[in-house]
Design a protein around this ligand. Sequence first.
Ligand code: GLU
Length: 459
Amino acid sequence: MDTSPWPFHRGETEKIMSIRVRFAPSPTGQVHIGNIRAAIYNWLFARHHGGKFLLRVEDTDRERSTPEAVATVFAALQWLEIDYDEEPVYQSSRQSAHLEAAEKLLSAGLAYKADKGDTGKGEAVLFKMPGRDLSFHDELKGELSKKAEDLQDLVIVRSNGTPVFHLANVVDDIHMGITHVIRGDDHIENTYRHVALYEALQGQVPRFAHLPMIVNAQGKPYSKRDGAAFVGEFRDQGYRADAFFNYLVLLGWAPGDDREVMSRAEIVQAFDLTQVKSSAAQVDLAKCEWMNGEYIRAMPLEEFRAPFTETLTSNGVDLSGFSEEYTRQVMELMQVRTKLYAKIPDDTRFFFCEDFEYNEKGVRKRLQRDGALDHLSALRERLATLDDFTAVSLEECVRAVAEERGVSPGELMHPTRVAVSGLTYGPGLFEILEILGRDRVGARMQRVGERFAGPPADL
Ligand code: GLU
């Protein structure tokens, strides 16, 4: 184990024997990907260095911190297999400790009471800034400091007697023996004041690493307007937890070589917080999907079976009439090209039913054009007598018919694809035809010949 995880700053000589970090979410309903990435980086830092990863639920906002919101935090951690050490600390249960700390500051003359005039109901407690510039070393941003004149005294207990976030956060970090605070850089302004509070409360000031924001393509904070922004959404869209975890880890950090798909163990081994990029991390959902596809592709076929059949059946597709062998062939064909489980029904439905929809544009562009249905009908007749209904001979047959009719093979392949699948994309056409088999293919080709024979208005 590496005993000096971070370089020692400001001439400090003490050794940090045991790293203790925490994830301190405010449960407000959903878990944003920026927050869960902070959790992941804390977790990786602890696991890499053999330290402790603790959970503190900052549930002091009684209106927003509902039991459901707290459950959502736990569900996100569980789904991503981010395990924590020790019992979780609920900030709401520590109110008396927070108020005691305020009393201590009052009696030491480091805080004072004042009527903030906000409620008129009593006096708030304010923490006195020390009257000097405040600075701290941030592991990712370097030396940060703020002028004394820009630091106002900080309300730590409201006039209604409830402790404010700043007090609770610092008191609990001291109580939990937190050695490193790794959180979003939206907290930097707070940290100057927190440093003074740790000192006033005679607590060990932790080391800080403020993580750059997660942003959209325009460089603005990534929000739900940009796409999936909450952990639950990714889960519901059919992301695999390990793939999503892998993607989030790479959102702002890289192992320093060209590895991207990495196992949990490899990530833990390679993770180095000091190498987190100092610039904002841009969400790229296409890359996230790609990553998920890589994980799906690597699964044993048998593991793919459950998500495959579940998404289809829950979307009203009945698989019961199909042989084991047929379903296995479809799964094999689709697994390598599936990026999201949620897309399986749309991509695969046509294998298991006859009442699939025809893509409108595909019909117009591929079937309702001069000669397309004629070509299709000629091809259908030839396929009916093809000796060997396999991808290889199907391809030979299509090429031969195309040549006889003086058109490119695409002129036959595109309409055939729309006819048998309703889609304009998908796996190799000849593999599709082989799996569907002669009877289904013949019937579907005949059906579109009748259905789309008229002018486009027929749609
Ligand atoms: N509850 C705060 C938040 O979610 C705490 C941040 C922290 O200190 O890690 O922003």
